[in-house]
Write a protein that binds this ligand. Structure first.
Ligand SMILES: NC(=O)c1ccc[n+]([C@@H]2O[C@H](COP(=O)([O-])OP(=O)(O)OC[C@H]3O[C@@H](n4cnc5c(N)ncnc54)[C@H](O)[C@@H]3O)[C@@H](O)[C@H]2O)c1
Ligand SMILES: N[C@H](C(=O)O)[C@H](O)COP(=O)(O)O
Length: 370
């Protein structure tokens, strides 16, 4: 099955448009439709001196071609200079593409980076695309970033650090863990996903001497969900939870907040990591990097994350359309686009202690992106 995927470049002045142009040179096994201003895509192609022929919806694109659903900007793009006047176009493209996915016109959504400050400066309250798509779909979601060696999900996303402890409650954390468990079963075929839950406080609260959220919220949630059959461990002190032997025991690490988990993930592998939204009615996969305004229009931006996102979204869409996941697939068995859960690395032939050595993804199914 060849999926139809909606593609949204994100901030016009950032690296998103040129990465879409690069993606169009080596498209995934899917039909892409870009929701964007055609002039911006053309300008990006010209800046990079790459061929790009824009087509209309309904036409079939080959390499160097891209079908576009026009979303006009208020002002012409100037790479490197985000214009808040274009906020409505950026958000409009995301909303249009999300709505089309909800109507079943596309099998999945791939998105580039958005500059949160520019959108807010343009008068639109926006914390992130994850939250925007969740609100539009009327569901709760979980953000999970993944690269071939590590998966990290977040209990909270884009909110001030000061607000994090109050946002983590027993019902909220229960819902987060259930969304992760269900998504990893459905989309990755894990029979019993192993979720390692981090504490919130230093040393996971040190038995209540360094904070009580572990005792009052996190431990009771883990105990209740374990009693329901979920495979949970923790709460672990965050500073040692990412040590290799510990990672080998889980499929995904659940961090309590954005900067508890994502610096580790991005340090472990920035280039080919992707950002998944778990819990949406359709697969959404995004880049793991930001708008990188300083690189835009120069041709120096690495397209690996967008290419990985499009490839993974293609596979997730195919998987959802195809029959249900294989019954009893061993935990960690599914490898999609080389994205394997942490514990699954032990089945990769190159892995030592389940960790792929430098440059190892070449041996993984479809994982030879570098
Ligand atoms: N997916 C998203 O929408 C997303 C993700 C992260 C950050 N952001 C937004 O992007 C803006 C800039 O954020 P930031 O500076 O913290 O992060 P950033 O990812 O834009 O940049 C961090 C560093 O990585 C480099 N980099 C980023 N993408 C690259 C690529 N494709 N190839 C090579 N190098 C690359 C940059 O040059 C910079 O040195 C902010 O407004 C932030 O909110 C958006
Ligand atoms: N938190 C993400 C990251 O650090 O890569 C990013 O800022 C935005 O993600 P969404 O587009 O899914 O909101």
């Amino acid at each position: 099955m060849r999926p139809r995927l909606a593609l949204v470049p994100g901030e016009p002045a950032g690296v998103g448009p040129e990465l879409c142009v690069r993606l169009a040179q080596q498209p995934p096994d899917a039909d892409l439709v870009a929701f964007a201003d055609p002039a911006t895509l053309t300008a990006a192609a010209e800046a990079l001196r790459l061929p790009l022929k824009l087509l209309s919806p309904g036409e079939h694109a080959g390499p160097g071609e891209l079908v576009v659903k026009p979303v006009p900007q208020a002002t012409p793009v100037r790479f490197g200079h985000a214009d808040p006047a274009n906020a409505a176009a950026v958000i409009g493209a995301l909303r249009e593409a999300g709505a089309a996915c909800l109507r079943g016109e596309f099998h999945g959504l791939v998105t580039g980076p958005v500059n949160k400050a520019s959108i807010n400066a343009g008068g639109i309250a926006y914390t992130g695309t994850t939250e925007l798509l969740a609100r539009q779909a009327g569901v709760e979601v979980v953000m999970m970033l993944a690269n071939p060696t590590l998966w990290v999900a977040l209990a909270t996303t884009h909110l001030p650090l000061r607000e994090v402890p109050d946002a983590i409650t027993r019902p909220q954390l229960t819902r987060v863990i259930r969304i992760i468990d269900a998504a990893l079963r459905r989309d990755f075929g894990l029979a019993l996903p192993r979720i390692a839950v981090l504490g919130l406080n230093p040393h996971a609260g040190e038995q209540g001497h360094l904070g009580r959220e572990e005792i009052e919220v996190i431990e009771p949630v883990i105990a209740a969900l374990r009693a329901d059959g979920l495979r949970l461990s923790g709460p672990f002190p965050a500073d040692t939870a990412f040590l290799r032997p510990r990672l080998a025991q889980c499929d995904v690490v659940l961090a309590m907040y954005h900067d508890q988990g994502l610096p580790v993930l991005k340090h472990a592998g920035f280039e080919d990591a992707v950002n998944l939204t778990l819990g949406l009615p359709y697969p959404r996969v995004a880049v793991d990097h930001g708008t990188a305004l300083e690189l835009a229009g120069r041709g120096d931006a690495d397209p690996s994350s967008l290419i990985a996102a499009a490839a993974l979204c293609t596979q997730l869409a195919q998987r959802r359309v195809a029959s249900s996941p294989p019954v009893g697939a061993p935990s960690g068995a599914m490898l999609l686009n080389g994205i394997a859960p942490a514990g699954a690395r032990s089945i990769a032939p190159e892995g030592a202690h389940g960790i792929a050595p430098e440059g190892a993804p070449t041996g993984w199914p479809e994982g030879g992106r570098r």
